[in-house]
Design a protein around this ligand. Structure first.
Ligand SMILES: Nc1ncnc2c1ncn2[C@@H]1O[C@H](COP(=O)(O)OP(=O)(O)OP(=O)(O)O)[C@@H](O)[C@H]1O
Ligand SMILES: [Mg+2]
Length: 515
């Protein structure tokens, strides 16, 4: 029987969990080194692909061939060129390239190997992951031979795991999930009653995580090196090496007040002392951003810090003392500690996989998760561009019409009626939009799909077109634009039927072995 699997595909580390025979999620250890988290690093070595810690080790010697932080590229039209050792614009002429989805598929293939018979899984994504990045994640799974039961937002998965823990029944009421990983920050407010989790709202930043702290530390180390020797470090050409040093120093500073590190540079090796206070000052702007987003999440849920019973920690960067201090400041009480911040997301995804595939569960598993219920929300505004008369400008302007509001409980279906603006109009162009704010201005929205609805006959202006958007619990968006008179439809499901060219390219490199 196919296993009940959840996968946390992280920016820096990934994990795979499975429901055991008693219905308890178990994070699986790597077949390489028995660790439960696997570095999301990919080393393209001749005909082979090496994923995990071994790839991370190769970063210093062959940096161009090792790809890291792929998740941050999932929404971009870029490809990784092993030749150039960087992400470049997608260019048809460039044959030696790998899309972000492909690289992620290598990581998923590696994780899949920690269990036998993995065919289906729930995969987690940041709450504020754009539609394009979600589609790229689904593409990655497809390439890795995994059927995605559903995507689930990372903080939602973590909340689901926390709520299901037998010894934390005291977690009830409104909770705040603070998820700070290697690349992204998500803060989610939920209501938990027993094992029922209802998401209220999420805020976040996809460019705020441990990697950004490492970069600040490199700058700090560089300043100190320059003070001692008068020369600057060549960061550009030794980026991976210094990032590794910075991460190491950062980890030490989570438990000690200072660290003395030998730094190699143009003036030879120097001993450099970095204190925790200096590190904390260097990441101050990021801390301010974290505070602001927590406050926005509270505002968005109509709650005050006093109304939140617990703050739950998720993600490796929550081990940094200034982070927990900041949470305590904003939330007016310390966060709850004691659960594995690295494993909660994957474990929650496995529970959700169980909920979504009940017919595959044994009796004990069914019983274990029988009380778990989950209600997620839409994390964006979804709309369409329309033409409308602007009485001030006295001409037509393009505006964004929102159909599904942010924080609408899922599944959600909303409809609206549009009308044509001209007599004998032959078609309407369709632009499906996604935005984080309630935007009217087209400049501030992402167009996630474009199409056209043609009319088979001519009619005077004012011809009605019914638009219906449905957003399901797995984050799949289905849109229908229907001409009321002829029932002619333009229908689109925003799903991974894209990326044809990438799949072709993937087939061309099928001989690659996942070591
Ligand atoms: N003891 C520690 N002190 C400081 N930072 C730490 C510590 N342990 C781990 N980290 C940092 O946590 C980050 C990894 O966390 P995690 O595995 O939760 O992220 P991820 O899932 O890869 O990223 P994301 O969720 O953003 O996609 C790294 O930046 C790592 O340096
Ligand atoms: Mg994570």
């Amino acid at each position: 029987m196919s296993k009940i699997i959840g996968i946390d595909l992280g920016t820096t580390y990934s994990a795979i969990a499975q429901l055991d025979d008693l219905g308890t999620p178990e994070v699986l250890a790597s077949t390489d080194n028995n660790k439960k988290i696997t570095a999301s690093s990919v080393y393209i070595k001749d005909q082979n692909v090496i994923v995990g810690d071994k790839a991370l080790d190769a970063l210093e010697t062959v940096p161009k061939q090792v790809i890291t932080e792929t998740k941050r590229q999932m929404e971009n039209d870029v490809v990784y060129s092993v030749d150039e050792g960087k992400w470049v614009d997608k260019d048809e002429k460039n044959k030696d390239y790998y899309s972000p989805a492909q690289i992620s598929s290598f990581i998923l293939s590696k994780l899949k190997g920690y269990a036998s018979d993995v065919k289906k899984a729930v995969i987690t994504v940041p709450a504020l992951f754009a539609e394009k990045a979600r589609v790229a994640t689904l593409d990655a799974a497809k390439m890795a031979g995994i059927e995605v039961i559903s995507l689930i937002n990372e903080p939602t998965a973590a909340a689901c795991y926390y709520a299901s823990l037998p010894n934390v029944k005291k977690i009830t009421g409104k909770i705040l999930v603070f998820d700070l990983g290697g690349g992204t920050f998500d803060v989610t407010v939920c209501e938990v009653q027993g094992e029922e989790v209802e998401v209220i709202t999420s805020r976040g930043d996809k460019w705020l995580g441990g990697k950004d702290f490492d970069k600040e530390l490199i700058n700090l180390i560089n300043e100190k090196y320059k003070k001692l020797s008068g020369k600057e470090l060549d960061i550009e050409n030794n980026y991976s090496k210094y990032m590794e040093v910075a991460e190491q120093v950062k980890r030490v500073l989570s438990v000690r007040d200072k660290q003395i590190e030998t730094i190699d540079g143009p003036d030879g090796a120097k001993e450099i002392e970095i204190t925790r206070v200096e590190f904390e000052q260097s990441i101050q702007t990021h801390i301010e951003k974290l505070k602001m987003l927590m406050e926005e999440a509270l505002d968005g849920s109509g709650l005050k810090a006093e109304n939140i019973s617990h703050t739950l920690l998720v993600g490796g960067s929550t081990r940094i003392p200034i982070i927990t201090k900041t949470i305590e400041q904003v939330m007016k009480k310390p966060p709850l500690k004691g659960v594995n911040v690295d494993e909660a997301v994957a474990a929650g995804a496995a529970i959700y996989a169980g909920l979504k595939s009940k017919k595959n569960l044994n009796e004990a598993q069914k019983k274990a998760i029988s009380n778990v219920k989950l209600q997620d929300v839409c994390n964006f505004y979804l709309g369409t561009l329309v033409q409308e008369d602007d009485p001030v400008l006295n001409r037509q302007v393009t505006a964004n019409l929102i159909l599904i509001d942010r924080d609408t409980p899922l599944p959600a279906t909303k409809s609206s009626r549009l009308v044509t603006l001209y007599d004998d109009q032959e078609s309407i162009s369709i632009d499906i939009t996604q935005s984080e704010g309630r935007e009217r201005n087209r400049e501030f929205v992402n167009i996630i799909h474009q199409g056209e609805l043609k009319f088979p006959d001519k009619k005077p202006k004012g011809r009605p077109i019914d638009v219906t958007y449905t957003y399901d619990t797995s984050g799949k968006l289905h849109c229908i634009f229907e001409d009321e008179a002829t029932k002619e439809k333009y229908e689109v499901s925003i799903r991974p039927e894209s990326a044809e060219d990438l799949r072709r390219n993937y087939e061309a490199i099928e001989h690659i072995v996942i070591e």
